[in-house]
Write a protein that binds this ligand. Structure first.
Ligand code: IMP
Length: 423
């Protein structure tokens, strides 16, 4: 497998973790290049459910190198908890199979406090963040005041610096009614985390280039989705990183020239967590999926907002990411429906448009234009190949590929690794 980027074509939670896990079989290296533990991938393997936030999905396999790249914002204490949990589930995690960029920025508990305090300040206009301090961590990075992975190598200086910052931040967060960070509780945890993680910290750019030179394949595991991208998403209801394919290059130091494939992942319907416009949102579909026990966030447990598949978004995402193929997930979520709708265009102020407008005000004026498809009314979860799918399901997929102008090569019909079909 050549070097491949996996990205989300919607608002995150497209099931990228499962697709990455599937593609990892033929990859040697799995890298994260943006985001932090705002992401949550649930992967079921061998009947065991693993929830990954910062660690690349390659950790579920033996003999894969997992890289947390320079573009990630990393919560050291959260990462240690994640490592401990996965070790408790029987996984082996060492400095041989998990490396952390010395240039990745550190997300600290005071960033979490700031994130939550700013949400309070925003009132009705809140973004609905995961509260993991992602925006404030990237703000420090861009403002050039951030602490980086290399700081984990010197726990004394790190703790001294963080103690100073906690004092400053606590003044603001307490003014917004958010609990201040307790330095006495935090600093010992941070010191322990730094000591545990330091052996993993290295120049990951060199490690990735050495791997590529040795003929190894890298799989870039995107977090969040295209419409949460800080540039291309539904700003300001976005995350603070570039979630699109270009972000994989800047966030890892692997140049575009070395990338061969981009897999865009989309659900067979649409979901979104947090605030912001959602043109095809439909409460009936939401109720149906929630009653099936589906569409609750892996990171926050929040019920996701749900709606029909919006192909205006998916097509534009394929364009921005340069998708060479599409992976459609959760097709089985639509099994029970008589009629399935696809949004093919929007009506904006009396005109038909085929792209998402850039401003929230315009998006809010858009009305979805739907076409209707007959459901297959059959349980898909046992299908072993595309050939086992009922004609109505195949027709739905064909239409999706046509609208996306991108072939569908992977299909998810259930949570287990065996329930990903390749065409
Ligand atoms: P933040 O990334 O925590 O700042 O949150 C910004 C927006 O991105 C909010 O709407 C979140 O719900 C959303 N978001 C962040 N990470 C994810 C994810 O992994 N899946 C889905 N939505 C996410």
């Amino acid at each position: 497998m050549p070097n491949t980027i996996v990205v989300g074509a919607q608002w995150g939670d497209e099931g990228k973790g499962k697709i990455v896990d599937f593609l990892t079989e033929t990859a040697d290296v799995v890298a994260r290049a943006q985001g932090g533990n705002n992401a949550g991938h649930t992967v079921i393997s061998g009947g065991i459910k693993y929830v990954l936030h910062l660690i690349p999905s390659g950790i579920l396999w033996s003999n894969k190198l997992n890289v947390i790249g320079n573009g990630v914002v990393l919560d050291p204490i959260g990462l240690c908890e994640e490592i401990d949990k996965l070790r408790g589930q029987g996984l082996t995690i060492t400095s041989e199979n998990l490396i952390i960029s010395d240039c990745a920025h550190l997300a600290m508990p005071y960033h979490r406090g700031l994130d939550q305090a700013r949400e309070v300040q925003r009132g009705d206009k809140k973004i609905g963040t995961t509260g993991r301090g992602i925006g404030p961590s990237y703000a420090d990075k861009v403002e050039r005041t951030g602490l980086r992975g290399s700081a984990l190598r010197d726990p004394d200086s790190l703790c001294d610096e963080v103690a100073e910052r906690i004092k400053e931040h606590n003044v603001f967060v307490t003014s917004q009614g958010i609990a201040p960070v307790d330095a006495e509780v935090l600093l010992p945890k941070l010191r322990a985390a730094a000591e545990m993680l330091a052996p993993h910290v290295t120049n990951t750019v060199v490690a990735l280039h050495e791997a590529i030179e040795a003929g190894k394949n890298v799989l870039f595991e995107g977090a969040q989705g295209t419409y949460l991208d800080i540039d291309h998403g539904t700003y300001p209801f976005v995350t603070s990183s570039n979630t699109t394919a270009g972000g994989a290059c800047t966030g890892s130091g692997v140049p575009p020239r070395f990338i061969s494939d981009v897999v865009a992942v989309a659900k067979a319907y649409t979901t979104r967590v947090g605030s912001g416009p959602f043109i095809t949102e439909n409460d009936d579909i939401g109720d149906m999926l929630h009653n099936m026990g589906r569409e609750f966030g892996a990171t926050t447990g929040r019920a996701r907002r749900c709606g029909w598949l919006d192909m205006v978004l998916v097509r534009y995402a394929c364009m921005v990411n340069g998708a060479s193929e599409l992976a459609i997930t959760n097709l089985d979520g639509l099994d029970g429906l008589d009629e399935i709708k696809i949004c093919t265009a929007y009506e904006l102020d009396g005109k038909t448009i085929h792209y998402p407008p850039s401003t929230i005000a315009e998006i809010e004026r858009c009305k979805p234009i739907y076409e209707s498809h007959q459901g297959w009314k059959q349980d898909l979860s046992g299908a072993q190949s595309f050939a086992d799918l009922p004609p109505n399901a195949l027709a739905y997929l064909d239409r999706v590929a046509e609208l996306a102008r991108t072939p569908i090569k992977l299909l998810g019909i259930g949570p287990a690794r065996e329930q990903t079909l390749r065409r």
